[in-house]
Design a protein around this ligand. Structure first.
Ligand code: M6R
Length: 614
């Protein structure tokens, strides 16, 4: 996790560094720090526990005038989020400073070794060893060449890293290295930039260079960026990417918080995603780089993801099995490494990941590729590791998702999974062309159905009152909407810190019903579908035990209205569309409950948006 930025050029560094950290703060917000090379040739840093706003306040009273600097926002992996453990970290002589994103797995051994050679450590972090190793190589084999010093230092490291280093002995030069953690660079007339992801660079360039694993780069004040491989040889044509995101897409634009903004953006995101995906009676998905014959032969699909994206995976499993008649295993990526996988020549692995950087999901994808499966990624972030390491990638085009709690990516990923399922069904002949067209037209109605639900936000706001004095809540649903229940419970937990549990409604009687007592909130997803009557029975069972039932039901279902304490209404829609539409009420409910409890909905405690550790 963690976000890093670096700049060297002709402008003042600090404003970009602080703004860059604010953009990357979703990656971690336990502590933050900035380091510059001052006019007297000394490295000077300011760092503190807490958020980037706390760092920005401190920086106001410091003289940070410099045209070269590095900065970091941290999600703590090793030891407490204190001032001392905040990055950047310096070498003993204070002439090297580094920021690091990733985990140095062999740091204990390296630390002992460096201490035995007289190095003094100021923090408990794994990252600090990098500053001391570079200090040694800089004054040794690399003889004053920062990039070479960093290259030699990284040969001693095990684990993952994106590192930006600066040295008082090579003023204006930044050296970068990457293995397993993302890092993008930009070369502009005004200078050279580095950042953990493109959102931090969207305001300065529309073209970025992407370091591959093992690569390093030297950045100069002229804006020049030179990329090298592990052996130190120049890379003639490093990977690059054009950014088509509008920088303003990552700003609040008049909304109170990013969660509100991103919930509201869902209809437009789905419209963008569906554009150009259907013509002449056929679903268009050229990104799946398999021949028609290979697609028709797919005999098994693994869907692997984490968190909210895993809930999309649960829906994807149903759609692919129902429409394309292919057996699907949907599994949490964090558990996947313990699974025995059954890969044939015709196995497809679908990874679903908003950030494209989730370490567990990437590890699962690598395992499947190594076993011979074709890996297809559904992701939001252009040029992310998931995109780059997969055989094919479908971008969901939701735009930057800043709020740590995923909302617009969730629904866009569900629509993306629907497109994939239709494509598979069409190509293997499980679904007639006319039926594929009908299903696709249903997807086209999703944006308007969503707008109807968004116009009813007052219903979720009113329902939030039922959670004011609760210490726990139960979410129940059946069939596809048991995943909706899981997503609703996850959203509530992560933004409001209220304990919530999701259960398939039919399982309630096998245990969770013991929780129920007068006033206990039960959120029941009860649309008018083929399991509606069974869900209605479950609602009655809960109410009979005194539970306060907040239902999501289809317009006009008076039976539900008669028994539930509150109803959040959805318009009539096909079964496969309900999960994409109903969840909007649950997203809004979670936000309203969180606001009532005084929580920061965009940056929930302990979380980071991009979970780059396993
Ligand atoms: O970027 P990814 O989709 O791979 O992220 C997976 C999970 O970390 C993520 O969905 C997480 O559960 C969110 N905070 C949910 O809102």
């Amino acid at each position: 996790m963690c976000g890093i930025v670096g700049y060297t050029g002709s402008s003042q560094a600090a404003p970009f560094l602080i703004e860059g950290l604010k953009t990357l703060e979703y990656r971690g917000y336990d502590s933050a720090g900035v380091e510059i090379l001052d006019a007297s040739g000394r490295l000077r840093g300011v760092k503190c526990a807490g958020r980037v706003s706390a760092l920005a306040d401190r920086c106001k009273t410091e003289d940070l005038r410099s045209t070269c600097g590095i900065a970091h926002t941290r999600w703590a992996t090793h030891d407490a989020p204190t001032d001392r453990n905040a990055h950047p970290h310096e070498s003993c002589d204070g002439r090297i400073a580094i920021v690091h994103n990733g985990i140095i797995e062999n740091y204990r051994a390296l630390r002992e070794e460096l201490q035995a050679r007289g190095h003094t450590f100021r923090s408990e972090t794994d990252s600090e060893v990098v500053a001391h190793l570079v200090e040694e190589t800089m004054s040794g084999a690399a003889s004053g060449n920062l990039l070479e010093a960093l290259r030699l230092a990284t040969r001693r490291l095990e684990g993952t890293w994106a590192i930006v280093a600066m040295s008082a002995d090579e003023p204006g030069v930044l050296a970068c290295a990457r293995k397993g953690s993302p890092l993008v660079l930009a070369s502009t007339e005004g200078g050279a930039y580095a950042a953990s992801d493109i959102t931090a660079l969207a305001g300065v360039t529309s073209h970025v260079l992407q370091l591959d694993d093992g690569q390093l780069a030297r950045m100069l004040p002229s804006g020049e960026v030179a990329v090298y491989d592990e052996q130190g040889d120049a890379v003639a044509e490093p990977d690059s990417l054009d950014i088509d995101w509008d920088a303003s897409a990552a700003t609040l634009g008049g909304y109170d918080d990013f969660m509100a903004k991103e919930i509201a953006e869902q209809p437009a995101a789905i419209e963008r995603l569906l554009e150009g995906r259907f013509a002449d009676g056929r679903v268009l998905l050229d990104e799946l780089t398999l021949s028609d014959e290979q697609i028709a032969q797919i005999d098994r699909v693994y869907v692997v993801a984490c968190g909210t994206s895993l809930h999309v995976g649960l829906l994807a499993r149903r759609l692919i099995e129902r429409w394309a008649r292919i057996p699907v295993v949907a599994v949490a990526a964090s558990e996947f490494i313990y699974e025995d996988v059954l890969v044939t020549d015709h196995t497809l692995c679908v990874i679903i990941t908003q950030s494209g950087e989730t370490a567990d999901t990437l590890a699962a994808a690598r395992k499947m590729r190594a076993a011979g499966a074709n890996v297809f990624a559904i992701t939001n972030v252009l040029g992310s590791t998931a995109a780059r390491e997969s055989d094919g990638v479908l971008y969901i085009k939701a735009g930057p998702e800043v709020c740590v709690a995923s909302t617009k990516a969730y629904t866009a990923q569900m629509v993306a999974a629907s497109i994939l399922a239709l494509l598979l069904a069409q190509k293997n002949g499980s679904m007639a062309t006319g039926e594929v067209g009908r299903k696709f037209r249903e997807l086209r109605h999703v944006p308007d159905l969503m707008r109807t639900v968004l116009d009813r936000s007052w219903q979720a706001k009113a329902a939030a009152h039922d959670f004011e004095h609760a210490s726990s809540a139960l979410f129940i649903g059946r069939a596809a909407n048991s995943a909706t229940a899981s997503e609703g419970a996850l959203k509530l937990k992560e933004v409001s810190y209220l304990h919530a549990e999701a259960y398939p409604a039919g399982e309630m009687k096998h245990g969770p019903i013991a929780l129920l007592e007068p006033g206990f909130p039960v959120v029941a997803i009860c649309p008018r579908d083929n399991v509606r009557d069974k869900m209605f029975s479950n609602i009655q069972e809960a109410i009979a035990r005194g539970a306060t039932c907040v239902a999501v039901a289809t317009d006009g279902d008076e039976d539900v209205a008669a028994v539930a304490s509150r109803v959040m209404w959805i318009p009539e829609c096909p079964d496969n569309i309900v999960p994409i539409v109903a969840v909007l009420h649950l997203q809004m409910l979670a936000r309203y409950v969180a606001l009532a409890r005084g929580c920061d909905v965009d940056k929930p405690r302990n979380l980071a948006k991009s979970v780059t550790v396993e």
